[in-house]
Design a protein around this ligand. Structure first.
Ligand code: MIC
Ligand code: SF4
Length: 645
């Protein structure tokens, strides 16, 4: 029986035999890694602690791309540390201004058929060039940089059969929004989506990257396109045709499930506040007055994205009530747009061009006004994501964003343009300007390099091994779909605290429950109770480290997102699941609980929680592997990796 592409890539990277049964543990070699400035410090502090002379991957890159608003000394301190680390340990360093990690990685360093692990949930973007790619926490990336195989659960592999062709004004963003509409933010848990079919052949690489990027919003383990002629053409345009290898699913490949999407039937879609799966048609929302439009991010700031937005805007003016910012994803694309006069068209329309960086996407600058309505081409619209707690974020394609900027109300490009068909003529260039001078290459001899550690870099807190019995209180009870943005807010100020756990811990859950920190401190040790899909969203491990730092020993939920669960384990916090989800209703904030025989419980993956306040008991289970049990018994990943090396 034929193999799908995901299985082929898994088989070529498997480090111990497996019959690839869904749900079983598999171990994969990671060829490449990436980190970025706001997740990197933890990863490299851990890597330093391993005492290895160099990274043991084919290619590891440290990107300085997220927080380029140097509001004080903290972020520049981090950047200088990261630059010295790259020199010391043999990494590439992408300097501020070179571009957003995912866009640069696929353009300049990614190779079809290789594996990639990055300390960012949207690392899965590289699936758009046929790489098997994964988001993870920093400690996992440290492990991958140490050359150790990475553990995954064998995913279900879903064929997404694309047919037809997108109509003008309908985009790759609408494809992934349609997936979110159908499957929701937890519909991808434990799955890899493999996009194939005639329709896939009509999508250029940056369009594919938009889709694989937002697979993260589905909660998917990864997303993948075949490495076909389209990928060859893209790599050729990047002057990297030599890196191309054709990688296709077998004609008779089997899958665990099949989804059909006819591209010709899609319409412009929008994800409404405050979850990426609250999707409806743009045409269904009438009279939504908008305050801000942001065109940018790793999802939708490619050459064609910006050029199409500029076409919609050309010869018109941004509505007087709208602030429109445009942020191109890479320096290479910026240069190309500049040379073609497209940046000028944008400026003429009244757009404000901001730095080549993540920036506004994660609340680093461009916060909307109080109760502001912001229309964005990025990938997440959680409450507070923009930096303004009560702003409402709507996620759309660049064409819809540009049309909205002119009209002042959410609308489709059709309402603005006489001939919308010209949008379909916009294609990626035959050749991109090549200039890698902002990428510092690894040094051959790094023996004389000193690591520069500014005052913002505080030591990585390390947890202790668990005790056999846990007596503590519930410091927080949350609802469903808690995102890591709820736990560790991201904006310029908070992001610059990422290297300083005692400081950032003061803001844990601050937007969700401002009393959490004082309560957790008072309780000294505690547990958190959560609902479904706990910890969705970004890979930031601070969402695990800060509760750990505040004494949280376990998190009991109905279900949990993959990366966050790994992060909790890596920092020695035990992820527990209600054996019977209805027991969630029996436990409340402040309840005193007791778990006895926890060490044995970890080994057997089950335990009983006695609720001393209510006089009730319920069972929990732990969906953890043997390796994860050992990690938890050591108190976390760092102690565990050390024991393995
Ligand atoms: C995001 O898009 O949420 C981020 C900021 O890129 C994060 C990483 C982080 O929080 O450091 C992600 O996607 O993992
Ligand atoms: Fe950066 Fe936003 Fe992409 Fe995250 S989603 S990597 S913050 S652009």
């Amino acid at each position: 029986m034929g193999l799908n592409l995901t299985k082929k890539l898994i088989l070529s990277h498997l480090t111990s035999p497996s019959d690839l049964k869904v749900g079983e543990e598999i171990y994969l070699k990671m060829d490449q890694t990436l980190t970025h400035d706001i997740t990197a410090v933890m990863a490299y502090l851990a890597f330093e602690a391993l005492n290895l002379p160099r990274v043991r991957t084919e290619c590891s890159v440290s990107y300085l791309d997220h927080n380029l608003l140097y509001v004080d000394n903290k972020t520049p301190d981090d950047h200088i540390y990261l630059q010295s680390i790259a020199k010391k340990y043999g990494l590439y360093l992408s300097r501020p201004g070179n571009g957003i990690c995912h866009s640069v990685q696929s353009a300049r360093l990614g190779i079809p058929g290789k594996t990639l692990m990055g300390s960012d949930s949207h690392t899965t973007s590289a699936g758009g060039i046929g790489m098997l790619s994964f988001g993870a926490g920093g400690l996992d990336v440290a492990r991958a940089m140490a050359g150790l195989p990475m553990r995954f659960k064998m995913p279900e592999i879903i064929k997404v059969n694309l047919t037809g062709k997108l109509n003008p004004g309908v985009t790759a963003k609408d494809v992934i929004l349609e997936m979110l509409r159908r499957f929701g933010v937890k519909g991808g848990l434990g799955k890899v989506f493999e996009y194939v079919g005639e329709g896939a052949k009509t999508l250029e690489v940056p369009e594919r990257l938009t889709i694989t990027n937002m697979g993260a919003e589905l909660g998917a383990t990864s997303s993948l396109f075949e490495a076909d002629e389209i990928v060859r053409k893209y790599l050729k345009a990047q002057d990297r045709e030599a890196d191309y290898v054709e990688l296709l699913a077998d004609k008779d490949a089997t899958y665990d499930n099949v989804v059909d999407i006819n591209l010709s039937e899609l319409e412009p879609l929008v994800a409404c506040p405050s979850q990426p799966d609250q999707v409806c048609k743009v045409s269904e929302i009438k009279d939504l007055k908008v305050q801000q439009v942001y065109i940018g991010s790793c999802t939708n700031a490619s050459y064609a994205d910006i050029k199409k937005a500029a076409l919609v805007l050309k010869g018109k003016k941004v509505h007087e009530d709208i602030s429109l910012t445009v942020s191109v994803s890479t320096r290479q694309i910026f240069k190309k747009l500049l040379s073609e006069g497209i940046i000028e068209d944008l400026i003429d329309s009244g757009a404000r061009i901001t730095e080549i960086a993540c920036g506004a996407c994660t609340g680093i600058g461009q916060a909307p006004a109080t109760k502001g309505v912001s229309v964005r081409t990025s990938n997440r619209n959680f409450a507070g994501r923009s930096g303004t707690a009560d702003a409402a974020l709507y996620l759309v394609s660049p064409e819809v964003a540009a049309a909205t900027a002119i009209k002042g109300y959410l609308c489709d490009a059709k309402e603005i343009m006489e001939d919308i068909s010209i949008l379909s003529d916009v294609k990626e260039p035959e050749a991109y300007p090549i200039d890698d001078s902002m990428m510092i290459v690894p040094l051959e001899d790094s023996s004389k390099i000193e690591i520069i550690r500014g005052p913002n870099i505080k030591p990585l807190p390390v947890n202790t091994a668990p005790a056999d019995s846990l007596n503590c209180k519930v410091s927080l009870k949350t609802g469903d779909n808690i995102s890591t943005d709820d736990i560790t807010p991201a904006n310029a100020q908070f992001s610059s605290m990422r290297s300083n756990i005692p400081l950032i811990a003061e803001f844990a859950y601050s937007r969700y429950d401002e009393n959490f920190v004082s309560r957790a401190k008072e309780m000294k040790t505690s547990i958190i109770v959560g609902g479904e899909n706990y910890g969705q969203g970004s890979s930031r491990e601070h969402a695990a480290i800060t509760p750990m730092f505040l004494g949280v020993k376990a998190v009991v939920t109905k279900s949990m997102a993959r990366i966050h669960k790994n992060n909790l384990i890596n920092h020695g916090v035990i992820p527990m699941l209600f054996a019977n989800p209805a027991d969630y209703d029996t436990i409340e904030l402040g309840d005193e609980i007791e778990i006895n025989g926890l060490i044995e419980g970890l080994k057997t993956k089950k335990a009983t929680i006695h609720n001393k306040t209510k006089g009730t008991s319920f069972d929990i289970v732990m969906d953890i592997s043997e390796d994860e049990i050992d990690t938890l018994l050591c108190g976390g990943q760092l102690a565990y990796i050390k024991s393995q090396l």
